[in-house]
Write a protein that binds this ligand. Structure first.
Ligand SMILES: Cc1cc2nc3c(=O)[nH]c(=O)nc-3n(C[C@H](O)[C@H](O)[C@H](O)COP(=O)(O)OP(=O)(O)OC[C@H]3O[C@@H](n4cnc5c(N)ncnc54)[C@H](O)[C@@H]3O)c2cc1C
Length: 395
């Protein structure tokens, strides 16, 4: 596709700006969880991380397509794509990772009041407030609408009681976006979507350990938590619409992990474990063909994501497409990391020494096992695809 004159000029401007503003330390992939920036009141940033976040946020480029008044730069879809391409070309990592950007922001832009947008979106864009997601409960995962955490109407505020589970980074987040039951006589139409500060009296969290030895998960408990009615997003009992819309964004975000970046290419990892043959190729022919097959599937998925972007731009994307992208992207990412483990040979599982950055690769591999569960399991996505896209009988 040929680029317009305006877009070419924009590309040039972006390139020069990134070269001038992205510190060299921020021009390499994030090597492990602690190397990333999630923002928030208690974030501890290195000097280059701080400099990069400040530069990107003041340009409005942590959320490039959001309107300027909410902390973005109002870029068009094509301009945002140019920015992403130029960042990738220079190896710039994202300045900020954030559930606020990927999930809550889009939902607030669509359902929030003007006051809610002005209050929360700029703080998300600048990485000042870190958010977590209070959806799942011990008896409400795939069947999310059976959630039981209760918000009682007390005039100008609600009193919330109940428990959430699998709250990623619940112990690190400043605020939570949360689904609560406001009508016990109804299922989907008795749910509301509320926001509150995690330091409100009555909120507590308890970490849950995981196989990788590193856990983002918490159980989150609410005991008589006061939530002002001004923090209700959308209508009372209309939270399911907000929740579903937010989930499409969460699923696209998880699906996009199928395009992941790695500290080293898979071939480099495999070559250092298995060596090269006399023709200079990776010595293990079976692994070589598996990597080639993976590379082709990844390229095809990349094209599918671009096509999806174009459909969104033309307002022709099927609302259930996010389930397709989530399903395939999650399975692809799991395959990628299985292959990396094969490519790394026996050393890949090592996780105690400096040499392996204390098991960075092995922990990342174990973390991907959750990709086909978080944001709705792969089985649930297949149900959605069968029902809403393929329109199969009985689905
Ligand atoms: C890494 C990770 C991060 C997460 N972060 C968060 C978070 O921040 N906040 C939050 O609220 N939640 C979070 N979750 C929870 C996640 O949303 C739930 O785990 C998920 O929705 C599945 O619910 P469940 O665990 O209760 O499993 P269940 O719903 O009990 O499912 C168990 C099994 O049954 C299958 N199954 C269930 N129903 C059907 C059906 N109708 N058809 C076919 N198969 C079915 C499922 O596919 C699964 O294999 C996270 C989960 C993971 C793994």
């Amino acid at each position: 596709m040929t680029e317009t004159v305006d877009l070419k000029a924009f590309r040039q401007e972006v390139r020069s700006w990134l070269q001038a503003n992205c510190p060299p330390e921020m021009r390499k992939p994030i090597s492990h969880e602690d190397d990333s920036v999630w923002g928030g009141r208690n974030a501890k940033l290195s000097a280059p991380q701080k400099q990069w976040l400040l530069a990107m946020a003041s340009r409005g480029w942590t959320v490039p397509t959001w309107p300027k008044e909410y902390g973005g730069d109002g870029l068009s879809h094509d301009e945002a794509k140019v920015l992403a391409q130029e960042m990738a070309a220079l190896g710039c990592r994202p300045a900020l990772l954030s559930f606020g950007i990927w999930m809550l922001g889009p939902a607030l832009l669509k359902f929030g009041t003007e006051a809610q947008k002005l209050e929360h979106l700029p703080k998300i864009a600048r990485g000042e407030i870190r958010w977590c997601q209070g959806y799942s409960e011990p008896n409400a995962g795939s069947d999310l609408a059976s959630l039981a955490s209760r918000a009682e109407d007390r005039g100008d505020h609600f009193i919330v009681n109940g428990q959430k589970i699998w709250t990623s980074y619940g112990d690190k987040a400043d605020w939570i976006f949360c689904l609560v039951r406001t009508d016990t006589a109804k299922k989907h139409t008795g749910i509301s979507f509320v926001l509150f500060d995690m330091t409100t009296p009555g909120v507590s969290t308890k970490p849950i350990q995981l196989i990788s030895g590193k856990s983002p998960f918490c159980e989150t408990f609410f005991d008589d938590v006061r939530v002002e009615k001004s923090n209700l997003v959308g209508t009372l009992n209309g939270g399911w619409d907000v929740a579903k819309y937010l989930l499409t964004h969460e699923r696209e975000m998880i699906g996009a992990m199928g395009e992941g970046t790695l500290p080293q290419s898979m071939i480099q990892i495999a070559v250092s474990a298995a060596g090269k043959d006399e023709l200079g190729r990776l010595a293990d022919p079976h692994l070589r063909s598996q990597i080639a097959e993976f590379d082709m599937d990844e390229a095809a998925f990349h094209s599918t994501l671009s096509r999806f972007g174009e459909l969104v731009k033309a307002r022709q994307a099927h609302p259930a497409m996010s389930s397709m992208l989530k399903y395939y992207g999650a399975e692809l990412n799991k395959r990628r990391w299985e292959l990396i483990m094969s490519a790394g040979g026996t050393d890949a599982l090592e996780w105690e020494s400096d040499r392996s950055s204390h098991g960075g690769l092995a922990r990342a591999w174990l973390r991907t096992k959750g990709n086909s569960i978080e944001g709705g399991t792969s089985e649930v996505q297949l149900n959605v695809i069968a029902k809403r896209i393929l329109e199969l009988p009985g689905a």
